[in-house]
Design a binder for this molecule. Structure first.
Ligand SMILES: Nc1ncnc2c1ncn2[C@@H]1O[C@H](COP(=O)(O)OP(=O)(O)OP(=O)(O)O)[C@@H](O)[C@H]1O
Ligand SMILES: [Mg+2]
Length: 371
């Protein structure tokens, strides 16, 4: 799976770019503020429907544009065109795939599995569980076809239960109905997540051992409620305290991945660079497992790779990327920092983002070294 055409209009300082990325490694260089991260942001938006830089998509629209239009095409026979559009004054995201208008992002997410590794990546370890849950669910979503349905049903049941908990008078009959629904779909989610995790763990351990051997590192999945009790009982017995809190305290919505070293949280032990490598191993392992289970490859967006990785680790990281048959977009301020990291047989395409005087970023292909 590779994008062979990208065109962006009205994305930050990339007012109008149109280019043909290479099918494997794409190196993007340019000065500070030229638009490198914005380019990755555009691809991320196409695959996720949201930005990794702002919660308000409006901020990503170029100051002098009324709208943001991003188009891409997946290579293939036939090729698959898709795109998104967002007007400054409307909150709505227009989504298209092969000419068809979609009401939800999930089909685009499915079409373009992608992973982002950027200078904030270490936050996956130290940040709130929501980020790790999203990481976990990304994996399950792409390999288990019944995940999305179970996730949506569990979320709906949880919303209803929380709303009932906040009513002045407890409606026990309605609570029972929504609790049963939450139990059914919550347990299904747990089964799917647990099966995915069993497959993921050895791939992660193998990836990490090549990148940075860390004996004593343990990755664990926790389902979000007491391991010794069934969800139905947890919910029934938790009604009173949940009502006082105004929300459901335990359940699949609290699932998490715990990363510890010798029983202590990894963030308290590892250096920043080591944390980055652990997160890189997690994200590379996602792509490896996706490829092994479905035959599909994952697209990697890597912002500012040289930051905080020494040259040896950078080389091993790139070797992993090379060994996977995936398309990669890597940015760096310095051209030399990335150009020599690849085997002669790996197709590498190079682009430079030129910062024009009025602030606009333009993309220029550099000499291609493709063997
Ligand atoms: N909504 C917007 N409209 C127009 N320009 C914007 C908008 N938001 C940000 N910019 C500008 O877009 C430019 C590109 O920023 P970007 O973060 O992509 O640069 P970069 O090449 O990644 O830089 P660095 O090497 O410092 O990370 C910046 O000069 C920024 O000021
Ligand atoms: Mg940047």
């Amino acid at each position: 799976m590779a994008i062979d055409r990208l065109s962006f209009n009205g994305l930050r300082n990339l007012r109008n770019i149109d280019f043909q990325p290479g099918e494997r490694i794409n190196l993007i260089t340019g000065d500070n503020g030229s638009g490198k991260t914005s380019l990755l942001e555009g691809i991320y938006l196409l695959g996720m429907g949201r930005s990794f830089r702002t919660r308000h998509l409006r901020n990503a629209i170029a100051h002098d544009s009324e709208e943001l239009i991003l188009h891409a095409r997946l290579a293939g026979d036939p090729p698959v065109p898709f795109g998104i559009r967002r007007h400054r004054d409307s909150g709505e995201l227009e989504i298209r795939l092969s000419g068809e208008r979609l009401s939800r992002m999930s089909r685009l997410v499915e079409t373009l599995p992608l992973q982002l590794i950027n200078p904030d990546a270490f936050r996956l370890l130290e940040g709130p569980p929501a980020g790790r849950r999203e990481f976990l669910d990304w994996g399950v979503f792409h390999v288990k076809h019944d995940f999305l349905d179970a996730w949506q049903r569990a979320r709906r049941a949880l919303k209803h239960r929380n709303a009932l908990l906040r009513h002045d008078r407890m409606d026990d009959a309605s609570l029972t109905v929504w609790e049963q629904e939450l139990v059914t779909w919550g347990e299904k989610l747990d089964t799917l997540r647990d099966e995915w995790f069993e497959a993921f763990l050895p791939v992660f351990e193998d990836t990490l051992s090549g990148l940075l051997p860390l004996p004593g590192l343990q990755l664990r999945y926790s389902r979000g409620w007491d391991r010794r009790r069934i969800l139905a009982e947890v919910l029934r017995q938790g009604r009173e305290t949940d009502r006082q809190m105004g929300f459901t305290q335990q359940g699949p919505q609290r699932a998490d991945l715990g990363i510890r070293i010798n029983r202590r949280p990894a963030v308290e032990v590892l250096s920043r660079g080591q944390q980055k490598l652990v997160v890189s191993a997690l994200k590379l392992a996602q792509g490896r497992l996706l490829e092994a289970t479905t035959g599909r490859t994952c697209l990697y967006l890597i912002d500012d790779l040289p930051a905080e990785l020494d040259s040896d680790h950078r080389r091993v990281f790139c070797e992993w990327l090379e060994s996977m048959h995936c398309q990669v977009f890597i940015t760096s301020v310095e051209q030399n920092a990335l150009a020599d990291l690849w085997q002669p047989s790996t197709p590498v395409s190079m682009f430079h983002v030129k910062h024009l005087n009025d602030g606009e970023g333009q993309l220029q292909p550099l000499d291609r070294q493709t063997s």
